[in-house]
Write a protein that binds this ligand. Structure first.
Ligand code: PLP
Length: 408
């Protein structure tokens, strides 16, 4: 993988921030966009823009082709059986809320169980809390190991024949751990439960095959994988989606409307009420082309190498605590430095042109489990280099010195 050539395709990376060349280490929050994606969105607005599925005019059909073409690319990207299994959403949060508001409320009742973990992002936790409250189901947590990882024996012990849904993140945005989704799915299915996967941190960084995982639902966000904000998708097995009720009603999603009753379009449109994020979908299609051209396996290898290099170098800093397992990590490292508040770490690094994330990372229950209020996080993508890591390490030494911990 030629990282320098890849960097050339990201205009935003070539700037100084606070007098220093930018080092962007916050791709887990949102990735940067390559020229091909920016151009695809501009081209759409300059040449093809119109509403979809409505006009008989030429621009209307071009826009519809572009939008539905993006759906086909997304289906292939995830290895879904058909584009009908891809519902465009605003992102992971909206996709998970759709399953929780529609499927969970339809199948769960008093005494049933929804199973998640304490490492989940709020987007894969609160929708289930709400669904449990609304239906009388019990929300259960698969216990975590000390390093935050999951043992399959604990999944076996938590999932029962009363479990209707299991929802787990593929890759943790804090711990970097890659969860054994295929195995967890098999356990869920053994008990007749459906498996939901939060793919926000996996889809941008590794090859995902929903049919191989055999999960029932899979959610992801475009903006973390080089696409614009405001677009993402829910994959669902066709039979499940067909049986589900829409949660948003209005234009675009209807078949026949009467004064007191209406019927819905077929999949996937019954879930896409209103004018969709057309240019966003076009951008997502371009992002998928871009990632496919480089190869997800290559990207994953590059990031793992970078994360291992970062882990090793960070480990040499006196006073640092690194969270998450040593093995089986994706491309991010979460840490705290002595008792310097992570926001202060991020603020000092920002003065050196280095962008990292600090906070609870939308994982307050996990922060409580780790016994911290917040952490700092450096996350990597295909455009990051070892020099970026070196700049981070230098910046952390300077941060320590700034707060009176000396260098070491
Ligand atoms: N799940 C995980 C693991 C995430 O990291 C994020 C975003 O940071 C989300 C869900 C929510 O994604 P979005 O805000 O794009 O809906």
């Amino acid at each position: 993988m030629n990282v320098q050539a890849i960097r050339e395709q990201f205009p935003i990376l070539h700037q100084n921030v606070n007098g220093h060349p930018l080092v962007y280490l916050d791709s887990a929050a949102s990735s940067q966009k390559p020229r091909s994606v920016i151009d695809a969105v501009s081209r759409f607005y300059e040449h093809d823009n119109a509403n979809v599925h409505r006009g008989v005019h030429t621009l209307g059909s071009r826009a519809t082709d572009a939008y539905e073409g993006a759906r086909e690319k997304t289906a292939k990207f995830l290895n879904a059986a058909s584009p009908q299994e891809i519902i465009f959403t605003r992102g992971t949060t909206t996709a998970l809320n759709l399953v929780a508001s529609s499927y969970a409320r339809a199948v769960c009742g008093e005494g049933d169980e929804i199973v998640i973990t304490q490492m989940e992002h709020h987007s894969n936790l609160i929708p289930w809390q709400q669904a449990a409250k609304a239906t009388g189901a019990t929300l259960k947590y698969i216990p975590l190991q000390k390093d935050g990882s999951i043992r399959l024996a604990d999944v076996e012990a938590t999932v029962t024949d009363r479990t209707k849904l299991v929802s787990v993140m593929y890759v943790s945005n804090v711990l970097g751990v890659v969860n054994p989704i295929k195995e967890i799915t098999a356990i869920a299915h053994k008990h007749g439960a459906k498996m939901v996967v939060d793919g926000a941190q996996s889809t941008p960084h590794m090859k995902v095959d929903v049919r191989d995982l055999d999960c029932d639902f899979y959610a992801f966000s475009g903006h973390k994988m080089c696409a614009p904000t405001g677009i993402g998708a829910l994959y669902g097995k066709k039979a499940l989606l067909e049986a589900m009720e829409p949660v948003e009603f209005g234009g675009e999603m209807i078949d026949h409307v009467d004064l007191y009753d209406s019927t819905w379009k077929e999949l996937p449109w019954k879930f896409e009420g209103g004018t969709p994020i057309i240019a966003g979908a076009v951008g997502l299609g371009a992002a998928i082309d871009f990632l496919n051209e480089i190869g997800l396996d290559e990207i994953e290898r590059h990031e793992h190498k970078l994360a291992a290099y970062a882990y090793d170098r960070l480990s040499t800093i006196e006073g640092i605590s690194i969270f998450g397992p040593v093995e089986n990590r994706a491309g991010l490292v979460t840490f705290n430095l002595n008792d310097v508040h992570p926001h202060d770490v991020a603020t000092v690094l920002d003065t050196k042109g280095i962008a990292i994330r600090a906070g609870h990372h939308c994982c307050q229950p996990l922060m409580r489990y780790l016994n911290v209020s917040s952490t700092a996080r450096a996350s990597f993508y295909l455009y990051n280099t070892e020099e970026d890591v070196d700049r981070l390490i230098d910046g952390l030494h300077q941060t320590k010195e700034f707060f009176g911990y000396g260098i070491g």
